[in-house]
Design a protein around this ligand. Structure first.
Ligand SMILES: Nc1ncnc2c1ncn2[C@@H]1O[C@H](COP(=O)(O)OP(=O)(O)O)[C@@H](O)[C@H]1O
Ligand SMILES: [Mg+2]
Length: 320
């Protein structure tokens, strides 16, 4: 099994390169090509081994959801020329991540258990237990740190610090709620509950665009709808469809992303297991099997697809 761990292309007309935790980004002026690699991160750390098929699973789930929401919110995508590649507008990202939650899970549940009843300035009612549905979805933004961990922040603080203007922030909130509503409907059609997710936005030519990935297992948490209520009633754990199981595995092996802790060794079995889970996710979220891929010459193929797509995107902009 092969995995795409890193890419080192040098394209004609390339104006920059950014290697994120998971994606490699190539800039071409106003355009960019994002290669979803098979790297996996958890607790803001890149794990030592790549996961075969993870990149293309993520890229295709994102592409599907970006397409399925573009009537609501303009997004950055121009084309998806390869299972691992998306081409689109390079935007100036807002320095916040718009997290929205329909249920009390993950970080929010941990804060609630610790006694907090105010999350990012949003009051939470008494009497909730982990994974309960919230009276209505809440927006709990985080800062987008260049280094280190993202931190919770309130709307007031975002405005006070001038991280986003009042006018733009109103649009981000409106878009976030509309996207989450649509995401909830798309999930329901697949027998899933969209528990929480995060959106990123940016500006391009003065317009606000949805950027990055949307409703993927890396940016979202899903539950199986079937049996949700019974499990909640019985106080049982929910069946999750997210990266949570990777975090759980790390925690069980003594790693929570804290300073001084080391990432546990990943055996072939662990890698294969995670890869299998991502494929299962694809099937569940997309309602069809993951298409086959030819791993031979994969690097050359990706390279050529990017060259061709950037050329045709440039031709398009010249025409208009
Ligand atoms: N259209 C876009 N314009 C500018 N930046 C973008 C766009 N879409 C995504 N990004 C950025 O590209 C990066 C994707 O790589 P990722 O592996 O998620 O990196 P990171 O470690 O920064 O989260 C992110 O920093 C994301 O904010
Ligand atoms: Mg990211």
């Amino acid at each position: 099994m092969e995995a795409i761990k890193e890419t080192h292309f040098k394209f004609p007309g390339q104006t920059g390169f950014y290697s994120g935790k998971v994606r490699d980004v190539y800039y071409f002026g106003d355009l960019m090509a994002m290669v979803a690699t098979d790297r996996i991160s958890a607790f803001d750390v890149i794990l030592p081994r790549a996961i075969p098929d993870k990149g293309r699973v993520l890229n295709q789930i994102a592409a599907f959801n970006l397409q399925a929401t573009k009537d609501l919110v303009p997004n950055w995508v121009v084309s998806t020329p390869d299972q691992n590649v998306t081409i689109g507008f390079r935007c100036e990202p807002f320095k916040v991540e718009m997290v929205i939650r329909g249920y009390l899970a993950g970080h929010a549940a941990r804060e609630y258990k610790a006694g907090k009843r105010l999350l990012c300035g949003v009051p939470l009612p008494e009497g909730l237990k982990e994974n309960d549905k919230l009276p209505q979805p809440i927006i709990t933004p985080t800062t987008k740190a260049s280094v280190g961990h993202d931190e919770d922040i309130s709307r007031d603080e975002i405005l006070r610090r001038g991280i986003v203007s009042r006018e733009d922030y109103a649009v981000l909130e409106d878009y976030t709620r509309k996207l989450f509503q649509r995401g909830t409907e798309l999930a329901a059609a697949r027998g899933l509950i969209l528990v929480d997710t995060k959106y990123e936005f940016g500006k391009h030519n003065g317009q606000i665009y949805l950027i990055d990935e949307v409703h993927t297992p890396d940016s979202s948490r899903y539950f199986y709808a079937d049996g949700y209520a019974q499990r909640q009633q019985a106080g049982e754990a929910q069946k999750q469809l997210s990266k949570e199981f990777v975090r759980q595995w790390l925690i069980e092996n003594g790693f929570q992303g804290k300073d001084g802790q080391t990432v546990p060794q990943m055996t072939d079995e662990v890698v294969a297991n995670i890869s299998g889970r991502y494929k299962e996710l694809y099937e569940k979220v997309r309602g069809e099997g993951l298409p086959p891929v030819d791993y031979q010459h994969i690097s050359q193929r990706i390279e050529q697809k990017i060259i061709d797509s950037i050329n045709s995107a440039n031709l398009e902009t010249k025409k208009n």
